[in-house]
Write a protein that binds this ligand. Structure first.
Ligand SMILES: C[C@](O)(CO)[C@H](O)COP(=O)(O)OP(=O)(O)OC[C@H]1O[C@@H](n2ccc(N)nc2=O)[C@H](O)[C@@H]1O
Ligand SMILES: Nc1ncnc2c1ncn2[C@@H]1O[C@H](COP(=O)(O)OP(=O)(O)OP(=O)(O)O)[C@@H](O)[C@H]1O
Length: 328
């Protein structure tokens, strides 16, 4: 079995998110369509003799470059709020590796090097994706099948978005419908790649706080139109079928979201909306060239104070790659 593996956990966008009701466990019953995108973190996981679990974290291309894009001093309170990622039990990677080790009773521990690109508190699933990748990397290091259903059980215990990043059954997944708390998954097919622009304004939103200020609609919208448009590659239909019931409470907390969305509509993107509980927003472009051009335009208008990227749809789960180390 290998001693070191790597993976590139992707972010996700919620093309559709409806609130169906409040559950007794304090979570919301949701109906959401999630799309993996090629904005990824970088993970390296090694087995260790000692039983403890350690994590080192950095930012790509560097903390200073990311802080400059956001217009913050990395040592200021704002900078720490946006960029100081915990490396202890609060990090979902540490939580995932500890749960894995205890559940499968594997010998020794792990050391994880995590390089972040996915903004935190953005509604892009960064922590959840890292946790899912950590479970798969740990399974590969200990010879446990990557599609072992017990991994999905562990994932659901770690967070509502984590199961999505493990993929569905044994197949790679271009998009998924998530119901329940987010753990009931079904495949959604895409006829063609989707190209978008994503903007992360320099504000970190708490998922719990946005949900707590959301209201359950009297009239529930189903995701059928969105699912049909994705299946026939109809960009106009995807834009028209978009919805995010968490957008209203998120905008009340961070008003700049409205300004960002306005700028995105203004440069000709369509279906512009918040992803997840925010604060990141996305808009659909006709193709990758238009997405790159749109990102350049928004960068010149919005920087510093936002991170802007052109992205394309991707798949989950992220692959796990063996690293052949000199001592085998
Ligand atoms: C907003 C989304 O990202 C959309 O994909 C997810 O619903 C949130 O997934 P997540 O960040 O993994 O959320 P968790 O870490 O499981 O829960 C954080 C908090 O969000 C709220 N929460 C989360 C999921 C859900 N279906 N209903 C909720 O009300 C709860 O207050 C919960 O304590
Ligand atoms: N691996 C991780 N990467 C980034 N943040 C993490 C990680 N583990 C824990 N966190 C903490 O979780 C907070 C939320 O991170 P993030 O928004 O990436 O999580 P998420 O819940 O998966 O995504 P979403 O915003 O879509 O709900 C961060 O501000 C950070 O304090």
């Amino acid at each position: 079995m290998p001693n070191v593996v790597t993976s590139r956990p992707p972010a996700k966008l919620n093309l559709f998110l409806e609130l169906l009701g409040k559950r007794d466990d304090g979570f919301h019953e949701i109906d959401t369509i999630m799309l993996p995108i090629d904005w990824c973190d970088e993970m390296r996981l090694a087995r260790t003799e000692a039983s403890d679990i350690s994590l080192s974290i950095g930012w790509l291309p560097s903390l200073e470059v990311v802080a400059a894009e956001l217009g913050v001093d990395p040592n200021s309170d704002d900078g720490k709020n946006l960029l100081a990622i915990p490396s202890d039990e609060k990090n979902l990677v540490v939580r995932a590796l500890r749960r894995f080790r205890d559940h499968f009773d594997t010998p020794g521990g792990f050391h994880c090097d995590l390089l972040k690109r996915i903004p935190a508190g953005a509604g892009m699933g960064g922590a959840s994706s890292d946790a899912a990748a950590a479970l798969r990397c740990a399974a590969a290091l200990h010879g446990i099948p990557l599609h072992n259903p017990e991994l999905t059980v562990l994932a659901a215990e770690i967070g509502s978005d984590v199961p999505f990043f493990l993929g569905i059954d044994r197949h790679s997944c271009q998009a998924a419908r998530a119901q329940g708390r987010g753990e009931k998954l079904s495949q959604v097919s895409l006829l063609s790649q989707i190209d978008m622009v994503v903007v992360f304004p320099s504000v970190c939103l708490s998922t719990a706080r946005v949900y707590s200020q959301a209201t359950i609609p009297t009239e529930i919208v189903p995701p059928d139109a969105m699912i049909a448009a994705l299946g026939r590659g109809d960009l106009g239909g995807i834009a028209a079928g978009g919805l995010n019931r968490l957008q209203e409470p998120a905008v009340k907390i961070a008003k700049q979201i409205d300004e960002i969305l306005e700028s995105m509509w203004h440069i000709g993107l369509i279906g512009c909306q918040l992803t997840g509980s925010g604060s990141a927003c996305f808009g659909l472009a006709r193709n990758a060239v238009d997405a790159r051009r749109g990102a350049e335009q928004l960068r010149s208008q919005l920087l510093p104070g936002s991170r802007v990227a052109s992205v394309s749809s991707a798949t989950v789960p992220s692959s796990v790659n063996l690293v052949i180390t000199p001592n085998g």
